[in-house]
Design a binder for this molecule. Structure first.
Ligand SMILES: CC(C)(COP(=O)(O)OP(=O)(O)OC[C@H]1O[C@@H](n2cnc3c(N)ncnc32)[C@H](O)[C@@H]1OP(=O)(O)O)[C@@H](O)C(=O)NCCC(=O)NCCS
Length: 202
């Protein structure tokens, strides 16, 4: 009787694929296209403009930690030492029926950082929307505030709203100047000392 052959250490030879498969073009894997669009600052830096997403929560919190107390007060109209998790979550999970929020993401760093955010909140009963906007200090004076405000105005028009408005501190010259250039007018707000309401009829 011939001795049994031990195959346990033998390498398995691969049978070549059929000729139709051997020479077939490699199947291309479709990668998800990045959302949004690339925009450039006046000094040539690149950012991605897109809608805010639930996954932006950590980036939003990191951005808050880079803000000066003055920028925080100007954006939120009062002082805040931190952005609570619940608020960050809420700001990133919008209801598209009544909200729009754009972010400008800096994808040249890892993780990508959120450099600016602008949003509207629609009041359906008044057919108007309240806006807010924030551009991080190191990215200011680069045309980003004007770009984002214009996008918000366009969005409000698309929604068929009559007005976009917001509260701005009277000392906030940059914002008042920016909005004046876009045609916003100031309204008296006697019950809110130190604050003015600015509005644009659409
Ligand atoms: C106000 C703010 C949004 C402006 O953003 P920005 O990206 O710097 O604005 P832009 O570069 O698009 O500037 C557009 C125009 O606004 C005016 N402007 C902006 N910053 C200014 C400043 N420091 N002084 C005077 N005018 C200023 C200018 O007319 C400017 O046009 P110009 O640069 O051609 O002169 C930004 O400073 C910011 O986020 N501030 C803190 C948060 C805040 O105030 N939010 C508003 C209340 S919700």
């Amino acid at each position: 009787m011939s001795p049994a052959i031990d195959y346990s250490n033998a390498r398995h030879a691969m049978i070549p694929p059929r000729s139709t498969e051997r020479f077939a073009r490699p199947r291309l894997v479709e990668l998800p296209r990045p959302k949004g669009e690339i925009v450039h600052t006046h000094d040539g830096r690149e950012l991605r403009l897109r809608n805010i997403e639930p996954g932006d929560e950590a980036a939003l919190k990191r951005q808050f930690s880079r803000l000066s107390p003055e920028d925080i007060r100007r954006r939120f109209l009062h002082s805040m030492s931190e952005l609570p998790d619940s608020m960050a979550r809420r700001l990133c999970r919008i209801d598209p029926a009544i909200e729009t929020a754009y972010v400008l993401m800096d994808e040249t760093v890892r993780p990508a950082e959120l450099r600016a955010v602008a949003r509207i909140f629609v009041d359906e009963s008044a057919n108007s929307a309240e806006f807010s906007i924030l551009v991080e200090h190191d990215w200011a004076r680069q045309g980003l505030g004007a770009l984002l405000m214009q996008r918000l105005v366009d969005d409000c028009r698309r929604r068929g709203l009559d007005e976009i408005w917001g509260y701005v501190l009277i000392e906030n010259r940059p914002m008042l100047q920016l909005c004046k250039e876009l045609g916003f007018v100031r309204r008296l707000t006697p019950d809110e000392p130190g604050t003015t309401q600015i509005a644009l009829q659409l």
